[in-house]
Design a protein around this ligand. Structure first.
Ligand code: ZN
Ligand code: ZN
Length: 337
């Protein structure tokens, strides 16, 4: 029997990736009848779907963030639980990206495809670690798919923040961190490093922290920064969304020292442009080595690349003798780089 070509049953339409025999989209860009959502970031978990299958955590994020636009009906699946949708078997497997994030394993006619969603391989105390699933087709993200991106050790980056905090005990250290995932990971990293003082939060970060805590992720003593007296914030660590670190909001903090936790901080010019004094290379996406190693470990004969910088990775894939394909999905501007 000749196996069906992957693109005969996994197609791309204007809503994104579609599994024909299962009748569902994965992370559709616009309201879909039936969707599987890999995780709660806004570029993956869009409003207006009729039915969503996802992990309990992802559905909770969607409910909190989308309100009335949250899916009308939903199905919760646990990691590793295999469900049938038509002729297709679907299993969600941890992606190690943020709380509840999943890779989607799709099996049809003896062929296995894995849609990675966003993922990372390095440890993260706030979510389940990435699990490798051998497959025939691997669809990978490519946010940091250039050899220059090497994220290094998140614990060492956290130590840099604490060192600066000791060196400048009167300055408020305001750290830009994306609200879903990075913020909680950074807090957990600070706690692991023994930092037990209160951590102050910009109002926009509070809800996601509360959601993580409701799923048993302990973040320690968190206090609102907005409304706190200037004197109280002296020498404190304050987390804020990246958009807030350069604006008026952070200038009212006492002698603010600006830091930013992001994979992009590997690019010094970017840190300078954004007036970041203390760049912290902490990423929730795979770096170049993680991407290339993961691709070969899956054993996939064919790899589709989406969500970022396709060219360099496609070149690499060709050198390993695999078939590669750029999967152009418009409207992918990552929330959490
Ligand atoms: Zn993401
Ligand atoms: Zn993404």
């Amino acid at each position: 029997m000749t196996p069906e070509r992957f693109d005969s049953w996994l197609t791309v339409d204007r809503k994104g990736l579609f599994c024909r025999p299962g009748g569902f989209h994965i992370d559709p860009l616009a309201g879909a009848k039936r969707a599987i959502v890999t995780h709660g970031h806004s570029d993956h978990a869009r409003p207006g779907h009729q039915h969503v299958l996802a992990t309990r955590e992802t559905l909770a994020v969607m409910k909190a963030r989308l309100g009335a636009q949250a899916p009308a009906s939903s199905q919760t699946v646990r990691y590793g639980e295999r469900v049938k949708i038509g002729d297709v078997a679907v299993t969600l497997v941890p992606a190690g990206h943020v709380l509840g994030s999943a890779q989607v394993v799709i099996e049809w006619k003896g062929v296995r495809a894995v849609v990675s969603g966003d993922y990372k391989r390095s440890a993260d105390p706030t979510c389940a670690g990435f699990e490798l699933t051998p497959c025939d087709l691997f669809i990978t993200e490519a946010t940091f798919a250039l050899p220059v991106f090497q994220h290094g050790d998140a614990g060492e980056e956290t130590a840099k923040l604490l060192k600066s905090h000791r060196q400048f005990p009167d300055r408020a250290h305001v750290v830009g961190a994306y609200g879903l995932g990075k913020c909680q990971r950074l807090i957990a990293l600070l706690r692991e490093a023994g930092y037990d003082r209160p951590i102050y939060l910009h109002g926009a970060l509070a809800e996601c922290c509360a959601l993580y805590e409701s799923f048993g992720v302990r973040l320690g003593d968190l206090k609102p920064a907005t409304g706190a007296a200037r004197e109280e914030l002296k020498g404190q660590i304050v987390l804020a969304p990246p958009s807030a670190i350069a604006d008026r909001w952070s200038r009212r903090l006492p002698d603010p020292l600006t830091a930013f936790a992001s994979g992009w901080m590997r690019v010094r010019a970017r840190a300078r442009q954004q007036n970041v004094e203390l760049p912290l290379v902490i990423s929730d996406h795979a770096d170049w080595r993680e991407l290339t190693e993961t691709i070969s470990e899956t054993g996939a004969e064919e790899v589709w690349v989406t969500h970022g910088r396709e060219e360099a990775l496609l070149h690499h894939i060709a050198t390993t003798g695999r078939k590669g394909r750029a999967l152009a999905l418009i409207g992918r501007e990552d929330e959490d780089q």
